[in-house]
Design a protein. Structure first.
Length: 303
């Protein structure tokens, strides 16, 4: 029997899943997490039970999910690494959905991406579309939330833009920098997820904040707020990619992928839908200007 007060969150020891788990606990829910790093320090102590992802053992994964009424799913990969591909991540996600059905879970709140498409030139977006289709074909009721780019907490992308602005005298902007970006605060996404976990109808919502910038405007706003006198120089797309690669080599990480740069320039980090988050990134920057970008956030170190 599914218990209405037990939720499963994938990745509650990582980024957005941690914020979702925090809000669920505050709302009086019991929370269990599934993670690839079960031995990572658990900020929730014994309030959040930890289980490993076991995609190769669907029976075990089903047992882990049994008893929960809602699954909050953040599982995905930012880029292929160490044998993990988008195709494999999509298969794992579909296994998770099947196991959730088998376990008697009633609802999935799934974190996707704005504008997923099976025909997208980017594996990230194709894989996301495939997983969304599997969820819609399942017996679970669903809320599919499609964020653009997250900020706040332990975010990577905007933090590392601020980090670069603090460290380097020049900042390359691919092309005119007039492509739009509309970030959402990670707590707003978590709030939206928890609210949607309480409903039963099927919904697909873009998860977007109240402010839309061009990329050039956003980079300038960050620079001004943190007090960086950085010079912005327009460069061809390839130069931005090469620059990102060089910084990535220096910090032993992947700063930005080719798909992220192309997706950003294609307008895939924005949306014309109504705002579903309330926190303005300009306000958040004012409140966090002394912290944002002071430490590089490494994707590879988290993995
Ligand atoms: N961050 C953003 O700006 C952003 C923007 C748009 C959409 N999204 C979507 O939002 C969701 C959550 O993103 P997030 O940034 O909060 O992710 P995250 O916390 O870093 O990771 C979410 C989950 O995916 C697992 N995971 C991540 N990379 C993996 C890899 N290479 N191999 C195996 N497992 C991996 C994590 O495993 P562990 O539990 O082991 O850490 C965790 O359980 C994702 O579906 C993402 O596509 C994020």
């Amino acid at each position: 029997m599914a218990s209405p007060d037990l939720s499963i969150v994938t990745g509650a020891l990582s980024y957005s899943g941690k914020h979702i788990a925090r809000k669920l606990l505050a709302a009086g829910q019991r929370v269990k997490t599934i993670t690839g790093h079960p031995n990572r320090p658990n900020p929730f102590g014994d309030k959040v039970e930890v289980a490993p992802f076991s995609f190769e053992d669907p029976g075990g994964l089903t047992d882990t999910l049994r008893g929960a009424s809602t699954l909050y799913n953040t599982y995905w990969i930012r880029f292929p690494m160490r044998g993990m591909t988008y195709e494999r991540a999509a298969e794992n996600s579909k296994t998770l959905v099947r196991c959730a059905e088998e376990a008697g879970v009633q609802r999935i709140v799934h974190i996707s991406i704005v504008r997923p498409s099976k025909d997208a030139p980017y594996g990230y977006y194709r894989g996301k579309a495939e997983v969304e289709a599997a969820i819609q074909a399942s017996s679970l009721s669903y809320a599919i939330l499609r964020p653009t780019v997250l900020f706040g907490g332990e975010d990577i992308l905007l933090n590392n833009i601020a980090w670069s602005l603090r460290r380097f005298p020049v900042f390359p902007i691919a092309g005119k920098g007039d492509y739009k970006i509309r970030p959402i605060n990670v707590d707003d996404l978590a709030q939206l997820a928890v609210e949607q976990g309480q409903h039963a109808e099927n919904v697909i919502l873009d998860a977007v904040g109240p402010e839309t910038y061009t990329f050039r405007e956003l980079a300038r706003t960050i620079a001004q707020t943190i007090g960086a006198g950085t010079l912005f120089i327009p460069v061809p797309r390839l130069f931005m990619l090469l620059g990102a690669r060089m910084i990535g080599l220096a910090v032993r990480d992947v700063l930005l992928t080719r798909d992220e740069i192309n997706g950003l320039m294609d307008g895939l980090m924005s949306s014309d839908e109504p705002a579903t988050g309330t926190t303005k990134i300009s306000d958040w920057l004012q409140q966090n200007w002394d912290l944002v970008g002071t430490v590089y956030a490494s994707e590879l170190r988290r993995r």
